[in-house]
Write a protein that binds this ligand. Structure first.
Ligand code: HEC
Length: 157
């Protein structure tokens, strides 16, 4: 009697563990897909300016390794990529004020490239899904009379 209860408890526990494990591997599979597709978007659309190692270009183009900035501005990144960026920002303690042009990318491609960027160059910020990007794109505040995003990007430090 006692044993069968223990066995029942153990098997319930192992089923629970199994389902947690399979759920985790689904998430990481999704992450891997976003990341590898994002690497391609990055190479064709971002690398020219930001460099293959995300290091940017001297005083003109900021590096993409300021995790604090990326985290703080997570919900503005989709708009910034889709509509371009204008205005002074501070990255790694340095000021930048060149414009970044708009990129004609689908919400899925934007989610993939953000996931790639947010988990490369020393960043470890996890996945950004297409659903999140679609929601963020509904809240873009553009500068009146221009196509640029009104960036209310907070400085990182
Ligand atoms: C023509 C050059 C150019 C291209 C192409 C470009 N960027 Fe930028 N990017 C810039 C410049 C210049 C800034 C600084 C904008 C400012 O000061 O307001 C910037 C800023 C940023 C920032 C915010 C600052 C930082 O360093 O974290 C992010 C994030 C970013 N770019 C990501 C991307 C991604 C992703 C792509 C590809 C989809 C891309 N950029 C393509 C020039 C470019």
């Amino acid at each position: 009697m006692k044993y069968s209860r223990i066995i029942a408890a153990i098997s319930t526990l192992s089923i629970a563990t199994l389902s947690i494990v399979s759920c985790e591997s689904n998430t990481s599979l999704e992450f891997k897909r976003y990341y590898s597709e994002g690497a391609e978007v990055y190479q064709t659309r971002c690398q020219n300016c930001h460099g293959n190692d995300g290091a940017g270009l001297s005083a003109l183009i900021p590096a993409l390794n300021d995790s604090t900035f990326l985290k703080k501005n997570k919900s503005s990144l989709a708009c910034a990529i889709r509509y371009g960026m204008k205005g002074a920002i501070t990255i790694n303690g340095k000021a930048y004020e060149e414009n970044m042009p708009a990129a004609e990318l689908a919400p899925m491609e934007i989610a993939q490239v953000i996931t790639y960027m947010n988990n490369s160059f020393g960043n470890q910020l996890g996945i950004v899904t297409m659903d999140e990007v679609e929601a963020d794109l509904k809240n873009c505040k553009l500068i009146p009379g221009s196509n640029y995003l009104q960036l209310i990007i907070k400085p990182s430090r």
